[in-house]
Design a protein around this ligand. Structure first.
Ligand SMILES: Nc1nc2c(ncn2[C@@H]2O[C@H](COP(=O)(O)OP(=O)(O)OP(=O)(O)O)[C@@H](O)[C@H]2O)c(=O)[nH]1
Ligand SMILES: [Mg+2]
Length: 227
């Protein structure tokens, strides 16, 4: 996975193409580039999920993510559509939190990840959700599609399905999956769900222009969701 420099200037200068765009290939095939975020507390398995999805690999070693990494996965969605997913794996440790605004920019969907064996990481979901909704909206003011991932379902469970379903109901999250990066459980399905949501929301054409990062002053209006 590629490490992302922790300054917006470097990030912009290193981009070879826009974060989210639509191009027509020579063969009349539509090609999309979608930026997805993977967020949640440290150690919940964000990097492991991204690695599982993009490389088909898993390691039991924990190597903390510094700042953010990203990885690309190309999907031949249908005979007319190719999708390049840019998965941004955001460091979960609080000391990197000050950069989330930059990392979230131009995202069109997000996976919120917690560790199903650690209740505290589930309780943090509200904070991550609020942060995301405050900082990223579509041009019509709606929030980007979100999926909740209860990761490490291959080990002991500390959060029940009922608790997860209730959280989703109360917070407007339409889907959640019990995942295991280790056993490759539901990782593809969760990502597929997000792609379908983005495509069906018809934000695929000129996505970049349809996403805007809210200014700090606007954020204050919505900050109540975390209270
Ligand atoms: N059993 C099990 N272990 C997992 C799973 N996913 C991740 N892990 C382990 O959990 C630890 C943390 O995983 P990471 O993917 O590095 O966690 P992270 O969320 O990226 O953490 P930060 O980079 O600090 O934000 C590692 O030791 C992984 O091997 C899983 O599905 N099952
Ligand atoms: Mg990581």
């Amino acid at each position: 996975m590629r490490r992302v420099d922790r300054t917006s200037a470097n990030m912009n200068s290193r981009r070879s193409r826009r974060d989210s765009d639509l191009v027509l290939s020579n063969f009349g095939q539509k090609e999309h580039l979608f930026k997805f975020l993977v967020i949640g507390d440290y150690g919940v398995g964000k990097t492991a999920l991204v690695r599982r999805y993009t490389e088909g690999k898993f390691s039991s070693n924990y190597k903390i993510t510094i700042g953010a990494d990203f990885a690309i996965k190309s999907l031949d969605w249908d005979p007319h559509t190719k999708i390049n997913l840019q998965l941004w794996d955001i460091a979960g440790h609080e000391r990197f939190g000050y950069m989330t605004r930059v990392y979230y920019k131009y995202a069109v969907a997000a996976a919120l990840v917690f560790d199903i064996s650690r209740m505290a990481t589930f309780q943090s979901m509200k904070k991550w959700l609020c942060d995301l909704r405050e900082k990223v909206t579509l041009s019509d003011g709606s929030s980007i599609p979100i999926v909740l991932l209860a990761n490490k379902c291959d080990i002991s469970v500390a959060v029940t399905n009922e608790q997860i379903a209730k959280f989703c109901r109360e917070n407007g999250i339409d889907a959640w999956y019990a995942t295991s990066a280790k056993n490759n459980t539901n990782v593809d399905s969760a990502m597929r769900y997000l792609v379908e949501k983005v495509l069906s929301a018809k934000i695929d054409g000129g996505v970049r222009d349809s996403i805007r990062l809210r200014e700090a002053s606007l954020n204050r209006e919505r900050s109540s969701c975390c209270k």
